[in-house]
Design a protein around this ligand. Structure first.
Ligand code: FES
Length: 259
């Protein structure tokens, strides 16, 4: 949804028959949320600027052609928005179908099962069937046969705190934007185009460990799937040393122990 607009002049619009007044500059998606309406989304969050890449939050606006992304469309006075027309529902299902057609189908054994936004949104848009070739299915059978799907790069487990599994990435760029906007590190980027596009930490040869990543975890927090996953204590192992340090965020001088 992006950073909430706070100081603009009030703008009143109608969304799905509900009148809502929000500050100028607010996105249609956030205005809908203010009215208690939920629009499906994958690439928008409250912590980073809206980007408009996933195309799941499409809406119809009376008097305008097309189906704009509600996360990047600012409100306008008198605007009349429809978020649940048959046209946008069909478009959202089509978009979701494309995401799932290229995604591993191992939800039941996936670490993010039950805490996966892709899974939630597939349900929210009413996806029941996928008509396109299942790269995901072949990926699962390849894994079952102990082979790697040639289209996917191997997992990057170089970082001591989290893993990066490119096969589960939907290239929403939330991690890239969190790295830039939340942490200010600029360690991540999107490389390639189409099916070959992927998140990269530095050049194509680089791993997370050898990149500029500072292991802050902002990208892991931002990831809507199991692409970036915290390692469990079993993977990390028990701490071998501890450090007592003083927090630098304010002048109080709290000490804490890190293991
Ligand atoms: Fe709007 Fe992704 S949430 S395009």
């Amino acid at each position: 949804m992006g950073t909430p607009a706070k100081d603009g002049a009030p703008v009143t619009l109608i969304i799905d028959g509900f009148e809502v007044t929000v500050p100028e500059g607010t996105s249609v998606m956030r205005a809908a949320a203010e009215a208690g309406l939920s629009i499906p989304k994958l690439c928008a969050t409250d912590s980073v600027e809206a980007f408009g890449s996933c195309r799941l939050c499409l809406v119809e606006i009376e008097g305008r052609k097309g189906t704009p992304a509600s996360c990047t469309t600012p409100v306008a006075p008198g605007m009349v928005v429809h978020t649940q027309t048959e046209t946008v529902k069909k478009l959202r299902r089509g978009v979701m179908e494309l995401y799932i057609s290229d995604h591993p189908l191992d939800c039941l054994t996936c670490a993010a099962n039950g805490d996966c936004e892709l899974q939630d949104m597939a349900g929210a848009v009413g996806l029941r069937d996928v008509r396109y070739g299942h790269e995901g299915e072949s990926h699962v059978s390849a894994r079952q046969n102990g082979e790697a799907n040639p289209r996917y790069l191997p997992k990057d487990e170089s970082n001591p705190y989290f893993t990066y599994d490119p096969s589960k990435c939907i290239v929403c760029s939330r991690c890239v934007r969190a790295c830039e906007e939340v942490q200010g590190t600029f360690a991540l980027t999107i490389q390639g185009r189409g099916f070959d596009s992927r998140v990269s930490a530095g050049t194509s040869e680089d791993s997370f460990l050898t990149s500029d990543c500072v292991s802050c975890g902002a990208c892991v927090q931002a990831c809507p799937t199991a692409t970036l996953q915290e390692k469990s204590v079993f993977e990390i192992g028990t701490p071998t040393r501890s450090v007592v340090t003083t927090c630098a965020y304010c002048g109080v001088g709290c000490s804490f122990k890190a293991e």
